[in-house]
Write a protein that binds this ligand. Structure first.
Ligand SMILES: Cc1cc2nc3c(=O)[nH]c(=O)nc-3n(C[C@H](O)[C@H](O)[C@H](O)COP(=O)(O)OP(=O)(O)OC[C@H]3O[C@@H](n4cnc5c(N)ncnc54)[C@H](O)[C@@H]3O)c2cc1C
Length: 459
């Protein structure tokens, strides 16, 4: 980046909102994945107009720009792979409107998920996608990755709540999409093109979100299964029973082993542990749902089924699931946290395949997941300084992705493609689909300035 370009950026933003100091650039070279690449500068814009000027300049001078929320991406989406400028949205963090009467909120892209949750709670409302990183990740990041979470089976993902966007296009024009209505079929659905586009088509500056009234009652239960297939059958039966739990989570045997080795929880070493949670507005309604679900668990040979009778007991039943990530981080130095998703009925096949791959390549791949929507998180743990082990990890990952696709699944249900899964895009998308995606990228960003190097868009 030429010195005069840096000066121009300082003129747009004020020198206090620009940095090219090494310590900052090292921080901006990483996200929560194993990838890294250093940018040449980073900026903290505070308005749409500033972002418009920055992108006009970038388009003219042809330097790459990587939008960044909180940098919690697990797949290298936020790593500035081609250098250039990091555009940190963190200072555009105002909740602009909460309109309970219209069931919507309007926010700037840098608002942290948990801050919106706190603001909505006062009104008895919530924003359902609930990513596990909600304490820090931004709503702009959520839109750009179509974030989801534990409540996905009942409430869907970010995509289901975005009514409209303000987006700065790579040439600096400001685009407004969607409406503030619950329904609209007016023109092409431009909003959805940007949801999940990983910062490759435009910079989201303002978001209009649909919000939900918060259910008043939740109920929790847990079941253990000696046999993985039985657990899989139970999940499938629950999800077609008409009962719609807000969470249905699995913890596999390798995770239970890891938890027991690192805590004093002393959990049963079964093939699968399921935790289920219902929500609604009355205790009776919740009990009705949960009792039906527990019947389904028993019918499918659960060895132990427990229902929590208090908040404290509910928290205890969640302990195994909630301690999983902390424990996994202790197993080895490096982690690939995958987020593959299969049709619900294929969950047992996928869990079995993960366990077989771990044995075949002599790796630890503990797995948890949101089985209610078929979304699994196998966590491949390894020592990145051991080149022989890294090769085994690469082979296991490739086989894992091939298996997902063979089962009719998808490479990513939550974290996105980024750098991590770019080489595997053609496994899932044929030439026609890849061609259309690349044409869209060229249409929006002919000079390829926005987050280049991601999603295999440059083929
Ligand atoms: C501990 C942990 C738990 C996680 N749990 C979940 C989970 O349950 N569900 C889930 O879906 N993900 C999860 N993630 C992944 C991550 O938190 C999500 O992808 C999240 O949506 C990223 O938000 P962010 O603000 O950190 O965005 P970043 O990581 O900064 O950016 C992510 C992508 O969005 C783009 N982007 C960011 N802001 C904008 C903007 N304003 N306009 C255009 N593009 C933009 C970036 O260029 C990048 O491509 C988890 C991550 C961690 C570390």
């Amino acid at each position: 980046m030429k010195p005069e370009v840096k000066q121009h950026l300082k003129d747009i933003l004020g020198p206090e909102n620009f940095t090219d100091s090494l310590i900052d650039l090292i921080a901006y070279s990483k996200d929560a994945s194993e990838f890294k690449h250093r940018p040449e500068a980073a900026v903290w814009p505070t308005s749409t107009a500033q972002i418009s000027s920055i992108l006009s300049l970038a388009n003219q001078e042809k330097f790459p720009v990587t939008p960044r929320g909180a940098g919690t991406s697990l797949a290298g989406l936020t790593v500035p792979q081609h250098g250039g400028l990091v555009l940190d949205l963190g200072r555009m963090n105002k909740i602009l409107e909460i309109r309970i009467e219209d069931r919507l909120a309007v926010v700037q892209a840098g608002v942290v998920y948990a801050d919106l949750e706190r603001a909505l709670a006062v009104h008895g409302f919530f924003f359902p996608p609930d990513p596990a990183s909600g304490a820090v990740c931004t709503l702009g990041g959520n839109v750009a990755t179509n974030a989801g979470g534990i409540k996905g089976a009942k409430y869907g993902t970010t995509r289901d709540y975005v009514l409209g966007l303000e987006v700065v296009l790579p040439d600096g024009r400001v685009l407004h999409t969607g409406s503030k209505c619950m329904k609209s079929v007016s023109g092409y659905d431009l909003t959805r093109i940007f949801v999940g586009s990983e910062g490759t088509l435009g910079v989201v500056t303002e978001i209009t979100l649909k919000i939900n009234p918060k259910p008043l009652v939740t109920r929790t239960a847990m079941a253990t299964f000696a046999d993985l297939e039985d657990a899989g059958r139970a999940v499938s039966e629950v999800m077609r029973s008409g009962m719609l739990p807000r969470a249905l989570e699995v913890v596999d045997q390798q995770t239970l082993v890891a938890i027991n080795q690192n805590t004093d929880l002393n959990l049963p070493l079964v093939e699968a542990l399921l935790v289920v949670e219902t929500d609604g507005y009355t205790k009776e309604e919740n009990d009705f749902q949960l009792d039906r679900i527990m019947d389904i668990f028993r019918k499918n040979h659960a060895s132990d089924v427990k229902k929590a009778e208090s908040q404290k007991e509910a928290e205890a039943l969640w302990t195994a699931r909630k301690s999983a990530y902390g424990v996994m981080a202790r197993i080895n130095y490096n982690l690939f946290v995958e987020d593959l998703t299969v049709p619900i009925s294929k969950v047992p096949d996928m869990l079995r395949a993960i366990s077989d791959l771990a044995k075949k390549y002599d790796l630890k791949i503990p797995t948890v997941g949101h089985v209610g929507d078929g979304n699994l998180h196998p966590v491949i743990s390894f020592d990145g300084t051991n080149s022989e082990e890294v090769k085994r990890v690469e082979k296991a990952s490739e086989e894992l992705f091939k298996k997902v696709i063979a089962l009719g699944g998808t490479l990513t249900g939550e974290h996105g493609i980024g750098l991590a899964k770019a080489p595997f895009m053609p496994l899932e998308h044929d030439e026609v689909a890849m061609g259309v995606m690349r044409s869209l990228k060229r249409l929006f960003d002919p000079n390829n300035i926005l987050n280049p190097g991601k999603m295999a868009l440059e083929g």
